[in-house]
Design a protein around this ligand. Structure first.
Ligand code: SF4
Ligand code: SF4
Length: 286
């Protein structure tokens, strides 16, 4: 029938309107279920999928509860336990940032030698496109994505160029915004630490075993005597004299052999010459 769709649509609108009206009349409207009261005026609202009726949020007093994976601009992590920035100023995030809006200045010690800590760290948040590449590529879990999206200011520059101080947040803040990701990363860290500890222990044990074996005289079990410099010199001289004598003996034997061979050859030649002379005499009939 003509106009059925229109009537159906109006019916849905009327239903939502009525449900919203009924919900608003409740002492605790369902849209406040699971919400967080930040202070007297501010409340964070969790809108469940099952929410019926129209949902009007009285922003800025009321805000939506953001999903964990929501990301806006980056933040730098301050490791409360270690009492230092996690950032080592390696510069990877600045390299991978597509719009190139990160600047880092590495810190240095008194002698001017660079150290693994940023002296300055800037992000132009007006240029940042919230891609999260910096957070994904950081090998030290030092940069993460913040949920804070209320960045409106009167002047773009310098107010939207955040420095290290503005970017830095304690690790507890990150853990509250990204609980699942934080837990997974911490589990991974604990595993790596345990692995490192085990390797260190194995190395230490191997070094101890080696030291013990050396003390006991090495693998053969024969302790090498320790000699003074003078003793070593004497031993060296004795070894050299022995080597020279051996060489001399070998040389003498070689000379005798050569002379015997020479004599034998001469005797052979003499015998052949005598044979030939006898044969010639016979042929001439003398
Ligand atoms: S935030 Fe991470 S990737 Fe960027 S400089 Fe610091 S340690 Fe390197
Ligand atoms: S989120 Fe993307 S654009 Fe923003 S600073 Fe990180 S890498 Fe650059």
């Amino acid at each position: 029938m003509f106009g059925t769709g229109l009537l159906k649509g109006l019916g849905v609108t009327l239903k939502h309107f009525t449900e919203t009206f009924i919900d608003d009349r409740r002492k605790e409207p369902s849209r406040y279920e699971g919400s967080i009261q930040v202070d007297e005026r501010r409340r964070i609202i969790h809108q469940p999928i099952s929410q019926e009726g129209l949902l009007t949020i009285q922003y800025p007093e009321e805000r939506r509860l953001l999903p964990e994976r929501f990301r806006y601009i980056p933040m730098l992590i301050w490791d409360t336990e270690a009492g230092e920035d996690r950032c080592t100023a390696c510069g990877i995030c600045a390299k991978v940032c597509p719009p190139q809006c990160i600047w880092i200045v590495r810190d240095s010690d008194e002698s001017g030698k660079p150290i693994t800590r940023p002296a300055e760290f800037y992000i132009d948040v007006a240029v940042c496109m919230s891609c999260s590449f910096c957070a994904e590529f950081c090998p030290f879990d030092a940069i993460k994505m913040n949920h804070d999206y209320e960045l409106a200011v009167y002047d773009r520059y310098p107010q939207l160029v955040y420095d290290k101080e503005e970017l830095t947040v304690p690790i507890e803040y990150y853990a509250a915004l990204w609980p699942t990701q934080y837990a997974a990363e911490e589990a991974q860290r604990a595993k790596q630490k345990e692995e490192e500890r085990r390797r260190e222990e194995e190395k230490k044990k191997a070094a101890e075993a080696k030291a013990q074996a050396q003390t006991a005289g090495g693998e053969s079990g024969v302790a090498k005597p320790k000699r003074s410099k003078e003793e070593l010199e004497v031993l060296k001289a004795q070894a050299a004299a022995k080597a020279a004598a051996r060489k001399g003996e070998e040389g003498g034997a070689e000379t005798e052999d050569a002379e015997a061979a020479k004599r034998a050859r001469l005797e052979e030649l003499k015998r052949k010459a005598a044979e030939k002379a006898a044969q010639r005499k016979k042929e001439s009939g003398e």
